[in-house]
Ligand binder design. Structure first.
Ligand code: GLV
Length: 325
């Protein structure tokens, strides 16, 4: 009898077919996230779970999954999964680090340029039929990245990839990291100083209890007038209410790929702001990167289903804590 695995998001039919050769697959292919009650029911006798960010895996979900031996998420971030509960239940959690570094760093650069050069606003303005005169010397003026001080918050692989890209622009680079780090051409500062001294602050820390609202109301208020906040990490890194107030008051600009609630509700005030460039969580959304993420997540799933150690495990301590290894 084949072991059962739950696929909690819509995936291409050929991938599902190849999983079906090895497992009994329960596939959630609806366009909306799987309801928790369904997830609990499907997991009650499943050995593996392949999921993504839109499915919160709470301790209650894990309680109803007695046979679960692997959770494999198609994401590098694991903040949608109660890692502590997974570890104490002896369930390894696979994720996909490494393969989305360049795509996400590219998107952060894109947002910096889009915000400072008003690209989305200019596109809307032109499509709305406003370009009735020729070249105008004062049309849609922005600011130069080359003249900016850019503050990088978090010097993991994505933060460092952002720095490599920014080096080519000639801007001044300042940074903060949780643990001391030294990178040529980058001045390390206290976190508060990074916010206060930068024209652009870009967030590249993972979301934990400590980093929730790292871009706090006070730090946002300390930013220079006209400065921009860029977030390609997680929405909850930012006090979104405070940022929204700053953007609506036209004191700050924002380039956001992630939000505290996703999808963003229709009435969100930022949707009406020209000084904010908003993207629907597409940091890793290139064909090559998504295929690499899927490959890594499926390899993690297979390893966990066959009781082997996962190559990319977000809670490696699970192997010390249990006999799984
Ligand atoms: C995307 O946000 C990821 O964590 O992979």
């Amino acid at each position: 009898m084949k072991a059962k695995c739950v696929v909690g998001l819509g995936l291409p039919p050929d991938l599902i077919a190849s999983l079906e050769q090895r497992y009994e697959v329960m596939h959630w292919s609806e366009s909306f996230a799987m309801p928790e009650a369904t997830l609990r029911e499907w997991l009650s006798d499943a050995r593996g779970l392949l999921c993504a960010l839109s499915t919160p895996i709470t301790s209650q979900v894990m309680e109803s999954a007695n046979q679960l031996s692997v959770i494999s998420t198609i994401s590098v971030g694991v903040d949608h999964i109660d890692l502590a509960a997974a570890t104490s239940a002896g369930i390894p959690v696979g994720h996909t680090p490494g393969v989305l570094v360049d795509s996400t760093a590219d998107l952060a650069l894109g947002l910096m340029l889009a915000v400072t050069r008003r690209m989305a606003e200019a596109d809307r303005w032109m499509r709305d039929g406003n370009w009735t005169q020729g070249w105008q010397s004062d049309l849609l003026l922005g600011t130069d990245l080359s003249q900016a001080t850019v503050g990088i918050v978090g010097l993991g692989s994505i933060g460092q990839a952002v720095i490599r890209r920014l080096t080519g622009f000639g801007c001044k680079l300042v940074a903060w990291n949780r643990t001391p780090k030294s990178i040529d051409g980058v001045q390390m500062l206290e976190l508060d100083e990074v916010f206060a001294m930068s024209d652009i602050v870009t967030l590249h820390t993972s979301l934990t209890e400590d980093t929730t609202h790292i871009a706090s109301r006070t730090r946002l208020a300390s930013m220079r007038s006209g400065a921009a906040l860029i977030n390609t990490g997680r929405g909850l890194l930012v006090d979104e209410q405070a940022l929204t107030e700053e953007v609506c008051a036209e004191r700050l600009m924002a380039g956001l790929d992630v939000f505290s609630t996703e999808p963003v509700p229709d009435h969100h005030p930022l949707l009406r702001q020209d000084n904010a460039v908003l993207l629907p969580h597409v940091g890793s959304a290139t064909m090559a990167t998504r295929l690499a993420m899927l490959d890594r997540a499926v390899a993690n799933l297979h390893a966990g289903m066959s009781g082997e150690r996962l190559s990319y495990c977000a809670n490696p301590e699970v192997y010390a804590a249990s006999a799984v290894c």
